[in-house]
Design a protein around this ligand. Sequence first.
Ligand code: FAD
Length: 403
Amino acid sequence: MDLNDTPEQARYREQVRSWLDEHKAQAPPASGASDDSSYIDARRAWQRQLAEGGLAGITWPKDFGGQGLGPIEQVIANQEIAEARVPGILDVIGIGMLGPCLIAHGTDEQKTRHLGPMLHGDEVWCQLFSEPAAGSDLAAVQTRARRDGDGWALSGQKVWTTNAQFAAFGLLLARTDADVPKHKGLTMFIVPMDAPGVTIRGLRQISGEAEFNEVFFDDVKLSDDMVVGGVGNGWGTALTVLMYERLTIGLGSSGMGYRSDRFAAAVAADPAAARDPDVRRRLGDLSAELLAIRFTSYRTLTALQNGQIPGPEAGLAKVTTVNAAIAAGELIADVVGPDALAEDSEWAYMISFLPGLKSAGGTESILRNTIGERVLGLPPEPRLDKGIPFSELRAKEKEAATA
Ligand SMILES: Cc1cc2nc3c(=O)[nH]c(=O)nc-3n(C[C@H](O)[C@H](O)[C@H](O)COP(=O)(O)OP(=O)(O)OC[C@H]3O[C@@H](n4cnc5c(N)ncnc54)[C@H](O)[C@@H]3O)c2cc1C
């Protein structure tokens, strides 16, 4: 494929660049604490500006306030935003993953009510999927929604919920029927985060921030029109979110600043380190990995541009990018020394955040398993849960463990 911009893409890039030149002075700093409400307010206001400038919801259909453009334009905008050293949208999870799910599965009323405020940063959303005993095995969720008059009553716990501390709504996967196999008894709900019975507790990370949370639900009342995609169809609805999660991580990686030229510049600042053969070998190894990923992602982009959905092989991009960036963080920490972790260091956040990214959006082992089974055709892992009602699973697992 031709890796240069087409004339239309070059025009689009120019249009994005000149909008950013004109407005970047009004942008808040590219990073700040996600538990600092004045920083979050500034990011909301910036997202509103980006939305008005056509730089939020780039791939959303025009009918829902988006630009109706393709993934290449999304990547071009991400690259230019990174180049301008301004933050992108605040609600990456809402706009990248949950909005597209509402567009695909929501009712007309849900789309009309929620998509506009989401796009403009007025109402941020969070993804209420993971639980203490349901992460990689997401279909094992135990948060229960039971029929309560015309509506539902929700009880249970979620964990790792990014942005819940300032979200207005969450998209939540709950079990509505425990008497059918685990993938079949699930339903997706919209949950107002200020509803009575919702408790949000921040989880502080090594970086010092509390970016994600535990969220508890104690008999939270939900009306029937909060169901997204139909009762019992929660697994299919969740798969739509997970597919967009993979795309959001893939398309966003060029804007994350994990670039070998940036790492090489940090090494070159110390001439003795730059001459050290071991440092040079480590830099060469990780740069080769990042270069390979760049070319692999061009293949993914070509598939997307042709209307195809990238397959499970796309998970390799996440595994490789994260591992190469972790290797870069370790190299920089060795070269710069403890100052790399100082509060004002440009590397501190990257070094402390990256190990978490190994789990987010699918862990490395799970992605490798999926690639092994579905790309390389290796035999699947043995499964105990096929065709067994969720309510009987624990007993069957115990039986298998003692057999
Ligand atoms: C930064 C960050 C942000 C996140 N944000 C959100 C969010 O907003 N909303 C949300 O719902 N969730 C969120 N998550 C949770 C994320 O989706 C989970 O961490 C992920 O699904 C893994 O689940 P787990 O942490 O429960 O690990 P587990 O599933 O318990 O896995 C633990 C370890 O066991 C390994 N393992 C598990 N099963 C297998 C297997 N079958 N074969 C081989 N190895 C296996 C895993 O690879 C891992 O190393 C976030 C996580 C992080 C780190």
